[in-house]
Design a protein around this ligand. Structure first.
Ligand code: GCW
Length: 669
C-alpha cells in the first residue's frame, strides 16, 4: 500500500529500527473498550511497530484493569480520574507501558507521543510523562476552493476539493493521521471567502460527502468545520435579504442547520468572514457583528455547534492621503465595544497582529481589550508574507512571542496564551488556529522544511510551554531520524530563519514592501499609494507610521503600561519602532547605530545568514535522502538570489531617499 502513495508521510514516515531495545512493548497492545478513537490509537501503535520494528502486534481486549501478573505490553485505559480535555499520562512500570486518559482522544494523543519517542529511539523504561493540552480548540483553517485551487496556497492544489466535488480517499485518512498526531482537533476545510458552489456546502448536495469526511475525522478525534457565506439565505435560499434580525432569515438558518446537523451530528460549527474584503455581513443591514454572529449561533446551539467569527474587518478602500484612518485600529474599533454581547457559543477569531501576518507586528490590542468574549488566536503557517514556502521561515519562535505577550488584562495570567486557553477568564476559553500550509504536493508543504511549521503549530497549540528549539528537534528527529548532525544543522537553519527573513525584508516593524496581490518579492512602494491601508510613509528625512497619540492613536488602544510603552520613541521596543513611529534616518538606536545604518547592516546580514544556511545544508548532504536534499537545495538557492534582490532594492531605495552613505562603503545602487 505504501508504494502506491504519491506523497510522503512527513513526520510519520517510519524508519526501520528492528534493533530498538524497547520494541518488545509493542508486541501486545491491551485495550479496555471498544471505542472508535481508542481503536484508532491501537491501530496506529501496531502500524508504527510493524513499520519500525517489524513487530506485528496483537491487539487484545481486556475487561477492566489488567490483573497484577499480566504480561508486558502497552495498556490503553480510560480513567475518569485521569488527565482530562485530551490530556494523557504515559508511564512505564515493570514491563508495562500504560497510557491513561479521561477521554479517548487523550489515549490517541498519548499513543502518538509514544510513537514519537520510539521514532527518536528514546528509552521507554521508567517513562513518566504527562501532557494536557493548553487550548480547548486547536484548529487548522484551509483556504481551499471548490475548484481545487487554494487561496494563498504554496504547495499544490487542495486535497479536499476538485472540480466542485469533495475528495475523499486514502490521502484524507493520512491527513487525519498527521494532524491528529500533533493534537489538532478541529479542521475548517473550505476558504473563508465563501463563494459560488462553496455556499452550497451546507445544502443536500454535499451532505453525503460531508458525512463520510466527518466520519474519517471523528475516528481521529477531529471535528469538521465549514466556512459559511453570510448571504446564503439569498444566494442559496432565494430570500431577498440576509438581515440577521429578519424572521424569515432566522427561520431559513434554523432549517438549514437542522438539515446539516442531521447528516453530521457532531459538526464542530462554522467559521465566518463577514463585512471584510467584500464579503457580505451584518453591516449591510445596519446590524452589529454581535447581532450577526448571535443569530447564527442560536441556529447551531441545539446541536452543540459554535460560530467562529473573524475580526479581520477593515476599510479596504482607503485613501493613502488620509493619515488618520488606520487599518491597525480597525479590529479594535469594530469589536472592543461589543465585548460581552456575544452569546456563549460565539468565538471571535483574531489575527495575531493588527494588520495581516507581516513578518513583525505587535500583538493585536484586541487581546486584553476583550474580557467577556471567547477568543481564538489566528496565525498563518501558509507563508503568505514570509517567503511563500520557497524561503525557509520557521515561525514557531514568532508564535511563542505572541503567546507570551503580557496584555495586562489581569494582574497575573494576562498573556495571550492565558486568554485563549481560558486561564485569564475561565468562562471564556477559546483556542488557536493556523491558516494551513498544506497542499497536494508530494511532501505536503512545498518546502520540506515548511513541514516544521505544520508540525510545530500543532505541538505548540497543545503545549505552549515547549520551546521553539525543542519542537524543531522533535520534528527533525521524527522526520529524518535521530541523527545528531542532521538535527544540529537543520535546527540551526530553522532557528535562524525567521530573524534572517525579517532582516532582508523589513526594518523594525515595517511590512508590506511587497509586490501587490501576489505578495511575493520586494516592491518598496508597491502598496504606498494604494487603497489597502498599508503604508511606510518614507520621505527624505525618515520613515515609519506615527501611531502614538499625535498620530493615529493606535498605541492608545493597548492597556497600560503597554500604551505608554508604545507611545514614545524612547520606550517603544526597537523591533517595533517604525510600526509605531515616524523616525528620522539619523536617529540613534540603542546600539549606537543610526537608523539608516541599521537598515543597511541588517539587509547585508540577512543575505549572509542565507549563505550560512546553505553551508549548513550542504554539510549534511550525504545524510539526507537525495530527493529531499535537492528540493531543499533548489529552494535555498532561490532564497539566496531573492534575498539579494530584497537587500538591493531596499537599501537602494532608502539610500536614494536619504542621500546618506553606508559607513562601510558597500555596494548600494
Ligand atoms: O491575508 C489576507 C489575504 C487574503 C485572505 C485574507 C483573510 C482569505 O491576502 O487572501 O483571504 O487575508 O484573511 O481573509
Amino acid at each position: 500500500m505504501e508504494e502506491q502513495m504519491d506523497y510522503s508521510m512527513a513526520w510519520l514516515s517510519y524508519r526501520k529500527n528492528p534493533l530498538f531495545p524497547d520494541r518488545e512493548y509493542f508486541r501486545k497492545i491491551y485495550v479496555q473498550e471498544n471505542e472508535a478513537v481508542i481503536h484508532t490509537a491501537a491501530k496506529e501503535l501496531s502500524r508504527a511497530a510493524e513499520a519500525m520494528f517489524d513487530e506485528s502486534s496483537q491487539i487484545i481486549t481486556i475487561v477492566k484493569e489488567a490483573p497484577e501478573n499480566s504480561s508486558a505490553g502497552i495498556y490503553l485505559y480510560t480513567d475518569k480520574n485521569g488527565p482530562g480535555n485530551g490530556g494523557y499520562h504515559l508511564y512505564e512500570e515493570g514491563g508495562r507501558l500504560t497510557i491513561t486518559a479521561k477521554e479517548p482522544s487523550g489515549i490517541l494523543y498519548g499513543c502518538f507521543a509514544l510513537i514519537r519517542k520510539a521514532q527518536r529511539l528514546l528509552s521507554l523504561k521508567n517513562l513518566d510523562y504527562k501532557e494536557e493540552p493548553d487550548n480547548p480548540l486547536r484548529m487548522l483553517n484551509h483556504w481551499g476552493n471548490m475548484d481545487g485551487s487554494i487561496e494563498r496556497g504554496y504547495s499544490g492544489d487542495s486535497f479536499f476539493f476538485k472540480s466542485q466535488e469533495l475528495l475523499i480517499n486514502e490521502r484524507t485518512v493520512d491527513y487525519a493521521r498527521l494532524v491528529s498526531s500533533i493534537g489538532i482537533n478541529g479542521v475548517v476545510i473550505n476558504n473563508v471567502n465563501v463563494k459560488e458552489n462553496a455556499t452550497k456546502l451546507i445544502s443536500e448536495d454535499y451532505a453525503e460527502d460531508l458525512k463520510q469526511l466527518a466520519m474519517i475525522f471523528r475516528n481521529y478525534g477531529i471535528s469538521l468545520y465549514l466556512s459559511l457565506n453570510f448571504a446564503a439565505p439569498m444566494e442559496l435560499g432565494g430570500l431577498d435579504t440576509a438581515d440577521p434580525e429578519a424572521a424569515e432569515v432566522k427561520d431559513w438558518w434554523e432549517k438549514q442547520m437542522k438539515q446539516v446537523y442531521a447528516s453530521v451530528p457532531d459538526l464542530g460549527g462554522f467559521l465566518v468572514k463577514a463585512d471584510s474584503e467584500g464579503r457580505p455581513g451584518p453591516f449591510t443591514y445596519q446590524r452589529t457583528h454581535a447581532q450577526g454572529a448571535n443569530m447564527l449561533a442560536n441556529a447551531v446551539k441545539p446541536y452543540g455547534g459554535v460560530i467562529i467569527w473573524r475580526c479581520f474587518v477593515y476599510n479596504c478602500t482607503q485613501d493613502w492621503r488620509d493619515r488618520k484612518t488606520d487599518r491597525a485600529r480597525s479590529a479594535y474599533d469594530s469589536f472592543s465595544p461589543l465585548d460581552g454581547q456575544f452569546v456563549d457559543n460565539v468565538i471571535l477569531q483574531i489575527k495575531n497582529g493588527p494588520m495581516d501576518f507581516q513578518v513583525r507586528e505587535p500583538v493585536s490590542s484586541l487581546f486584553g481589550a476583550l474580557q467577556r468574549t471567547r477568543q481564538i488566536l489566528e496565525v498563518q503557517i501558509a507563508q503568505e508574507y514570509t517567503g511563500q514556502q520557497r524561503h525557509v521561515c520557521y515561525l514557531i519562535p514568532e508564535f511563542k512571542e505572541i503567546l507570551e505577550f503580557h496584555t495586562r488584562c489581569t494582574k497575573e495570567r494576562d498573556t495571550v496564551a492565558d486568554i485563549i486557553s481560558g486561564r485569564a477568564f475561565p468562562q471564556f476559553a477559546g483556542g488557536i488556529t493556523a491558516v494551513a500550509n498544506t497542499g497536494s504536493d508530494t511532501n505536503w508543504t512545498g518546502h520540506d522544511l515548511a513541514a516544521a511549521n505544520w508540525f510545530g503549530f500543532g505541538r505548540l497549540a497543545f503545549s505552549p510551554s515547549l520551546t521553539a528549539g525543542e519542537i524543531a528537534e522533535e520534528w527533525c528527529e521524527c522526520t529524518f531520524g535521530p541523527d545528531k548532525e542532521i538535527t544540529e544543522a537543520v535546527c540551526r537553519i530553522l532557528m535562524m530563519s525567521w530573524p534572517a527573513y525579517e532582516k532582508y525584508t523589513s526594518p523594525l516593524g515595517i511590512g508590506w514592501m511587497v509586490n501587490p496581490h501576489n505578495h511575493y518579492g520586494p516592491n518598496v512602494d508597491g502598496y504606498e499609494y494604494d487603497r489597502w491601508g498599508t503604508y511606510h510613509r518614507a520621505d527624505h528625512y525618515g520613515l515609519g507610521v506615527e501611531r502614538g497619540s499625535k498620530g493615529t492613536g493606535y498605541a492608545q488602544t493597548y492597556l497600560e503600561p503597554n500604551a505608554s510603552m508604545y507611545e514614545t520613541i524612547e520606550d517603544c521596543p526597537e523591533e517595533l519602532l517604525l510600526f509605531f513611529h515616524y523616525v528620522p534616518y539619523t536617529y540613534r538606536l540603542k546600539n549606537g547605530k543610526t537608523l539608516i545604518q541599521h537598515i543597511y547592516d541588517t539587509h547585508f546580514e540577512g543575505v549572509e545568514d542565507v549563505q550560512k544556511m546553505i553551508a549548513l545544508w550542504n554539510g549534511i548532504r550525504e545524510r539526507i535522502p537525495e530527493d529531499i536534499f535537492m528540493r531543499v537545495s533548489e529552494r535555498l538557492e532561490h532564497q539566496l538570489e531573492h534575498a539579494k534582490e530584497w537587500r538591493d532594492q531596499i537599501n537602494t531605495y532608502f539610500y536614494r531617499k536619504s542621500f546618506i552613505e553606508d559607513e562601510k562603503g558597500r555596494e548600494i545602487y
